[in-house]
Design a protein around this ligand. Structure first.
Ligand code: AMP
Ligand code: ZN
Length: 125
């Protein structure tokens, strides 16, 4: 897709702080992080939004979701449980879709946002 910044990042035409890549997806740090850890999981193939995904994209979406905890752990915001069952760490996963969803880049991407508190993403009332 011409003039798509994430297609250009996936093709290596624009630099990014890459943390993962395979034949289907790439993950890199968000250029304007909302939290101590903030990276994006992006399919190499251009799909504009989550609303443009269909049954043929279920495996890709599953792969993106399954990568989140693995990459979050590598970036220092993994979800942990100790031997007593005490939970700590963790992260948010987010797909912004369309104007009312706050989507700015129309190439499908999943935000993974975490890191030590205090930080919060809150909806403005
Ligand atoms: P969204 O509102 O879900 O479309 O979010 C797009 C995200 O892409 C924002 O958080 C931006 O900071 C991020 N972003 C835009 N351009 C770049 C870039 N060149 N490298 C890394 N992140 C970017
Ligand atoms: Zn694209």
């Amino acid at each position: 897709m011409d003039n798509c910044i994430f297609c250009k990042i996936a093709a290596g035409e624009i630099p990014s702080r890459k943390i993962y890549e395979d034949e289907d997806v790439i993950a890199f740090h968000d250029i304007n992080p909302a939290a101590p850890v903030h990276f994006l999981v992006v399919p190499r193939r251009h799909i504009a939004t989550l609303a443009d995904c269909g049954p043929a994209d279920e495996a890709l979406l599953g792969k993106m979701a399954a990568l989140a905890p693995k990459l979050a752990a590598e970036q220092g915001c993994g979800y942990l449980r100790d031997a007593a069952g005490q939970a700590s760490g963790g992260f948010k996963t987010l797909f912004n879709t369309g104007p009312d969803g706050g989507q700015e880049v129309y190439h499908l991407h999943m935000h993974v946002i975490g890191g030590p508190q205090p930080w919060r993403v809150r909806v403005q009332q």
